[in-house]
Design a protein around this ligand. Sequence first.
Ligand code: C5P
Length: 216
Amino acid sequence: KPVPVVAIDGPSASGKGTVAARVAEALGYHCLDSGSLYRLVALAGIRGGLSFDDEAGLAAIAATLPARFADGRVFLAGEDVTDAIRSEEASGGASKVAALPAVRSALLDRQRDYRHAPGLVAEGRDMGSVIFPDAGTKIFLTATAEARAERRYKQLIEKGMAANMKSLLKDLQDRDARDAARTVAPLQKLPDAALLDTTEMDVEQAVGFVLDRVRS
Ligand code: C5P
């Protein structure tokens, strides 16, 4: 019997990372944050002085990426880059390297390797469409761009960082457009995915929705 997979796809800052981690914890499943792989490729590319249109160079980085995940932290060749991969530069770069087919295929097997018993919660843009098309549960988790920008704004302010609502919203909309318009693995709601709009929901409610789908 195949190892069960819960695929959660959706746009940036929708809260799917938090929801996926909580669902995985509740079920005792492993968790894959696929976006961090694209962020790591972007960061390694920036550091190596590569241009975001150097498809062969970035694919080579993706194929041999010395990434490790432990205790909620992300490591690149042993260095803790948890915050660095969330910088504006790495975030913007991630959605650019993610549009390159050779980068996506270099990360394919690495993502599928996360599928271990007792199960996997995988979150990203193409978990249900490309990486785990046979997932038993598929969720499209979203919220309006305004609600997502507002959440990001609050997070930054709480961390004592500078934030500008207008530029956050613009940034999200640009990334949404890039993720939806690309020819390889565009972000889309699949016909067999359940729509979870969290605009008016808290994390608790969203987690409850996913767990109900898994158990039914
Ligand atoms: O989910 P997160 O915002 O961390 O993802 C960063 C970028 O990686 C996204 O903007 C998207 O372009 C890309 N991505 C992707 N496919 C995935 C996960 C993320 O293309 N499965």
